[in-house]
Design a protein around this ligand. Sequence first.
Ligand SMILES: [Zn+2]
Ligand SMILES: [Zn+2]
Ligand SMILES: [Zn+2]
Length: 301
Amino acid sequence: MWLKRYLAFGPNRPLWAFLADALLANNTPASENSVPMDIRTNCYLQSWTTSTSPCSSQPTDLLKMIKTGQKYGVRIEGLAFDRNILRDMPIWHHIFADPRIRRLTNSSASNCLRLKHNLQTVGEAEDLAAPLIRVNGIQLQHRFNGQCECRDCIEIQELTECEHPHHCMLRAQELLDTLPPKWDPRAEQPADYEGNFTNFSVSQEENIFDYRLTTAGDLSDLFRVFTDKDHTPANETFVCNGELITVATDGSCINNGQDTAIAGAGIYFAKDDPRNKSLKLPQMAGGTKLTQSNQAAELLA
Ligand SMILES: [Zn+2]
Ligand SMILES: [Zn+2]
Ligand SMILES: [Zn+2]
């Protein structure tokens, strides 16, 4: 539960969690020495690791917290994420970025981003790189040279004392390009197609199936326990055409609670509809034996 509160990003994050951030960032194995201190935000959101060795100077309570997280498979998991979440992620050493992002961190172009622009998040990188975007093949105001005097370049120079905004925009773009589409706010996301879910109204006996893949909320909503680290869910876009289909489903179990129990479920669309189905609960799922029971049958349904 300490870990859950530690990962409670957002306005109600406890003060000690910020202290823990600093301690975890300071106590890292020698292999992380090349990771600049100023980019070490959080080792659950970034690819640097903190010490888990009992010989390190890591405080015992934090060691316990980290070990508990490892034991129960706490990590980021989900099919798709709201753009606010994608933009709130730290850009430096982003945990899902291509490993080449680690090399991009230590270079003079990145030093300007880190130290002058104070660039920290994916969203800030996206905003900085935005003037590079061409609309229908036409470059907007920004000119691709060191002498550009567009509004963005002038504002960047005034706010950050950066002397070469164009270079820094290119580097921000390069950093974003290390993100897989699922984590890139510039890419199409399932949220773009999911429609306005709350718009549907239904009668009392019906439950609306929440078809959305997108995790909304903030960074704390990304974490799951009991995850399988070898499994990464695919991100397939589901297109909602705004049409409602009513389907009846139910599960049941014969000889519930006995050794001879057999569980199954039915799906009913309409009379003689080819999509109608009856299903048996499998004996095994992914190496785990499934108990034939009423509850399992209802879940199957
Ligand atoms: Zn610079
Ligand atoms: Zn410009
Ligand atoms: Zn700069």
